[in-house]
Write a new protein. Structure first.
Length: 346
């Protein structure tokens, strides 16, 4: 049998939930949870050990965590690395991506994982690892694990994978020359005829789909408008009272700024995981210019500033969560009779 080492976070590794997210890299010399199921489904691999690490720990101590994981992999010399599946869990996806990249790039060990198409970890490892396409929640575990096991078997046998659509993995952005019985012009005409006759067909060159949002009408007179302040820059009260994630955010905060002339570094901080927070912590107004807006208000260049400030983090946040958060914030702003919004990023 070939040897596969499996990577899990604290939840799927049966260590605990969010309270165990700071768990350091640990090793269990047995298959745990999904790793056990993976072993049962695989025809080629046994899982002698499972690596487990808390999502917060590996994302906040990446260099140290990956060094520890590399040491374990060098000791076991596995034929395959399997991680996740992470579905749409952002921190978990980023962690799985880091482990898979480490395995492939530094140790030349093939790797397989599973993610939802909007997981921020996907683009970090899709060219190195084989990423099985999953749904956005762990409800898809029964579908994802058999695909991972089947693909893992092919990888350790050294077999070439079929096309992504046939194997159910996410395309890696590579183009290969293939031979068909029909030349391209004949296939194109057949697809065109099917389209004209409203019949099902599969394109050979799928195009990306982009969401189109109609911009709001411009504010006719900003000097009489009520202006809202929103940011994806992660400037929150000290201690992050609403536990907004530093990346892949699923929530936002709303804070009363009616009595503030500016954001104080003694009271506010950056929890954003996508930039160096040193200068933002020195002066949070560099990210969210409350001080400038107060000055504009005093000069009657805007009507008034809304008493509420809304904030989340934009790093790796899925389109689905972004849409939901945006809609919720927009409803509050509309209920507060806000006519214009200053939206700052980083």
């Amino acid at each position: 049998m070939k040897r596969a080492i499996y990577y899990l976070n604290q939840f799927f590794g049966s260590i605990g939930g969010e309270e165990a997210a700071d768990t350091e890299v640990m090793l269990k010399e047995e298959p745990v949870g999904p790793a056990e199921q993976f072993q049962e489904m695989s025809e080629e691999c046994e899982v002698p050990a499972t690596i487990i690490c808390g999502d917060n720990y590996i994302n906040e101590n990446t260099e140290k965590a990956l060094a520890d994981i590399k040491e374990i992999l060098q000791e076991y010399e596995p034929d395959l690395i399997a991680a996740g599946p992470a579905f749409n869990a952002g921190r978990y996806g980023v962690a799985c991506a880091g482990v898979c990249k480490l395995a492939v790039e530094e140790l030349s060990i093939p790797a397989v994982t599973g993610m939802y198409e909007e997981n921020p970890g996907l683009d970090m490892c899709r060219r190195q690892a084989i990423v099985v396409e999953t749904v956005d929640s762990a409800a898809g575990m029964r579908k994802a694990l058999p695909d991972m096991a089947r693909i893992g078997d092919k990888l350790v046998r050294g077999e070439e994978l079929d096309r992504p659509a046939e194997e159910n993995y996410i395309p890696q952005g590579r183009r290969k020359t293939v031979f068909r019985e029909e030349r391209g012009s004949e296939r194109a005409v057949k697809m065109l005829l099917k389209r004209l006759n409203d019949e099902d067909f599969t394109t050979e060159l799928p195009m990306p789909q982009f969401d189109r949002v109609k911009p709001a009408d411009p504010v006719e007179d900003i000097s009489g408008a009520r202006v809202g302040l929103v940011s994806s820059g992660g400037i929150v009260p000290k201690g992050n009272p609403d536990s907004i994630e530093s990346a892949s955010a699923s929530r936002y905060g709303c804070y009363d700024i009616s009595k503030m002339g500016r954001f104080s570094s003694n009271e506010f901080q950056s929890i954003h995981g996508g930039y160096d927070p040193v200068y933002a912590n020195e002066d949070p107004n560099r990210v969210v210019p409350l001080d400038v807006l107060r000055q504009l208000d005093s000069e009657n260049r805007i009507g008034e500033l809304d008493e509420n400030y809304y904030v989340t983090t934009g790093t790796g946040t899925s389109v689905e969560n972004s849409e939901r958060l945006g809609q919720e914030i927009a409803r509050d702003l509309k209920d507060g009779n806000v006519q214009a919004v200053i939206l700052t990023s980083t």
